[in-house]
Ligand binder design. Structure first.
Ligand code: ARG
Length: 717
């Protein structure tokens, strides 16, 4: 699952609950495998040593796993820095390289030699060099009596020092993150490579087969993979793109098994899960169900319709908006599924139950009362205030409006114009030249008609759904001026604002003046939103601080209450391991879902009239001839995807699923519809990871695309 959403202005952090237990549940820190999980993993079928998995002195399995751009995972599969990840993780890169003449989304892309591999500006991978527990250092001078502000100032101070010390004069990028909501701190030292080239991807008819209809669902038949390569200086050190760079000589790469999977086989998944909220309280569940998710579903639903209409009307626009559409549609459907799951699986009641147990445990003892007594009453108080102010809904309306409208995004990025127009002549000319140079790129995937429509719709929803007192004054002004007709406003805006099109922007830059800028409708609008964002951050921050503290106490208390339970921390975009097995499931009464799908199913789903289910002629041909090479299953069929009960979330997309001998079996790419509430509560009976089988991946590279030279680079067992 690709990391779902980057909150732009307001970083939402909701509250939480715990629970480990089942071996399948849990996203564990690699440095603790030896201590916490190894015995269990061995019992389940792991045959590598703990040192072979995670070592900071020798190369180990962890060295094959990278974070891709902070939103996905990828793994090294050859000595020459070849990477595998999901198709949907490479989708944006593919889209950026695509045009009507070279439509890599529709046709796929294959570099037939190294010279054809395509650079991707801004894309990077990070290798984890090591991680350390720095809790003692970070909390050394933290006292229980400190205010939250004093506490976080102290924590920030120590973290800044730690980072500086570990960076080795900038060689490494260092991150120190909070775990268990501020109860523990870990440091991560990364080496970052920035010359990452696109090597190959199947057409969307394979890489995105089933489209948004099948997304988040099983049975699945998607060949969700793409390939990149890491380039470095000849001495192996990182460098920005340069034609002199060479493929990275990798420290470790994953060998590949083409023996296939059986039910109950041991599996582990390594990767970078983005965020989970397993300690969310019943108050959080309530807010998610009643405020946040309905807001997201409504606002994104109408935005997606608008984008789709524009995309269907024009093939060029279709390519331009493909990546943002896919991202938003993915998030939108996720939230629909999450709400459905939270309700059907009675997650609210389960959380309440935990809180009640917690509260009786706290009340039973004086010292516990002193330490943890404030947590639950605080949750209650905060929830009441937040609900009254409809805070969650407001934050998301703000976020999504700024996120879905490219016009507002561009306006936000260029608020510095206010300073630029005031600069003295020479500096001004220089800044303007820079802006001009970037404009083609800024507006490359921008369609004014769609954007006008989006802006009108987003503002109208804002005006209608958010209580008047909490709207930017400016929106009320517009509403009055245009008599509530936001279409008329948007029409005017798109004629006048400098941000509305590349042409307008260029025209403004030809003769930029403070006076014109001041009157610009785009600048007025974005400033109005920014003011609301700031104000929200200020008024919300006291609650957020109180909520953080309550969470910290709640989790600390839960851990003390269950001393024998192994607790795992919420996902936070740091490297994790989850282990379990290949497993089927029963999605509903009397329905059984098998754990593998095959190419036969692709043909069953074929629908030439529906672009999500088109089957490429060549694929059909190979299927008819059963020309599967060495990649067929024992049954003679070609397996496409398989299920496991590993515990993953957004950010794990592209993660390797690995057998007990450390061999690659496939790539994790999705979660399943029946357990979409999984980020809030793991459901052992229902929750599954959807993986693309490595044999399908190799078959597509080798037989379908004729890029067997890439398979030759890999270590196949
Ligand atoms: N659900 C997948 C994830 O979150 C993304 C799949 C992309 N495919 C699509 N049809 N939008 O990683």
């Amino acid at each position: 699952m690709k990391k779902l959403f980057f909150a732009l202005v307001v970083v939402l952090s909701l509250s939480s609950r715990a629970m480990a237990g089942h071996p399948d549940e849990g996203m564990w820190l690699p440095m603790f495998i030896d201590r916490l999980n190894y015995v269990d993993m061995q019992k389940e079928g792991l045959r590598l040593t703990a040192e072979e998995l995670y070592s900071i002195n020798h190369s180990s399995l962890k060295d094959a796993i990278v974070s891709l751009g902070g939103f996905c995972t990828a793994e090294v599969v050859s000595k020459e820095g070849l990477l595998l990840t999901n198709h949907h993780c490479g989708y944006e890169s593919l889209q950026k390289h695509s045009s009507i003449d070279h439509d890599y989304l529709t046709d796929g892309f294959w570099a037939m030699n190294r010279n054809e591999e395509l650079p991707n500006e801004g894309l990077y991978v990070s290798f984890l060099v090591r991680m350390d527990d720095v809790t003692k250092k970070v909390l050394a001078n933290v006292k229980a009596a400190m205010t939250e502000n004093e506490r976080s100032a102290e924590v920030r101070r120590v973290i800044a020092d730690l980072k500086k010390d570990a960076s080795d004069k900038g060689k490494y990028t260092v991150d120190v993150k909070s775990f268990y909501n501020g109860n523990e701190y870990y440091m991560f030292v990364y080496q970052i490579y920035e010359d990452i080239r696109l090597v190959g991807a199947p057409p969307s008819a394979i890489g995105k087969f089933g489209g948004d209809t099948d997304n988040w669902m099983w049975p699945r038949h998607t060949g969700d993979f793409s390939m990149f390569r890491i380039y470095a200086k000849p001495d192996g050190s990182p460098s920005k793109y340069s034609k002199d760079n060479v493929p990275l000589k990798a420290k470790y790469h994953l060998p590949i098994s083409i023996k296939g999977v059986q039910k109950n086989d041991f599996t582990m998944i390594w990767g970078y899960p983005g965020s989970t909220d397993r300690y969310m309280t019943s108050y959080g569940v309530n807010e998610t169900l009643n405020e946040i998710n309905p807001a997201i579903i409504k606002l994104l639903g109408s935005s997606l319709d608008i984008m789709k209409e524009g995309m269907d009307a024009d093939p060029k626009v279709k390519i331009q908006y493909a990546s943002s559409y896919a991202g938003l549609a993915n998030f939108w459907k996720n939230k629909i599924g999450e709400s459905r799951g939270l309700k059907r699986l009675n997650v609210f009641d389960k959380k309440k139950n935990i809180e009640e147990q917690f509260q009786s445990w706290v009340t039973a003892d004086t010292s516990r009362r002193t330490k943890y007594g404030s947590a639950i009453p605080e949750f209650e108080r905060i929830a009441k205030l937040k609900t009254e102010a409809q805070q969650g809904k407001q934050e998301w309306y703000l976020n999504l409006t700024l996120y879905a409208s490219n016009t507002l995004k561009i306006a936000m990025k260029n608020m510095s114009l206010e300073n630029i127009v005031k600069m003295e002549k020479e500096k001004k000319a220089e800044s303007i030249k820079q802006l001009e140079d970037g404009l083609t790129e800024t507006y490359k995937d921008y369609n004014s008609a769609i954007e006008e429509h989006l802006l009108a719709s987003l503002l109208a929803s804002y005006n209608k759904d958010i209580p008047e007192a909490n709207q930017p004054e400016y929106i009320k002004t517009i509403s009055t001026k245009y008599k509530g007709d936001f279409k008329a406003y948007a029409k005017d805006f798109f004629e006048k604002s400098l941000f509305a099109s590349e042409g307008n922007f260029r025209k403004f830059l030809k003769d930029p003046s403070e006076k014109k800028l001041k009157k610009d409708m785009g600048l007025e609008l974005i400033k109005a939103f920014m003011a609301v964002a700031m104000q929200g951050q200020v008024s919300g921050s006291a609650l957020k601080t109180a909520e953080n503290k309550a969470n910290r106490l709640f989790i600390a208390g839960l851990r003390e209450m269950n001393p024998d339970k192994k607790f795992y921390p919420n996902a936070n975009s740091t490297m994790r391991v989850t282990y379990g097995q290949v497993l089927d499931y029963f999605p509903a009464d009397a329905i059984h879902y098998d754990y593998v799908t095959t190419l036969d199913g692709v043909m069953e789903k074929e629908d030439p009239k529906n672009e999500e289910f088109i089957v490429p002629a060549k694929l059909k041909d190979l299927w008819q001839k059963k020309d599967f090479g060495p990649y067929a299953d024992k049954s003679g069929k070609l397996v496409t995807c398989f299920l496991s009960n590993n515990d993953i979330t957004g950010g794990n997309s592209g993660s390797p699923i690995i057998n007990g001998d450390g061999e690659l079996l496939g790539l994790a790419f999705d979660g399943n519809w029946e357990a979409m509430s999984g980020d809030v509560a793991f459901e052992p009976e229902l929750q599954r990871t959807i993986n693309v089988d490595i044999r399908y991946v190799l078959f597509i590279i080798d037989k379908y695309a004729g890029a067997g030279h890439l398979v030759k680079e890999m270590t196949i067992r």
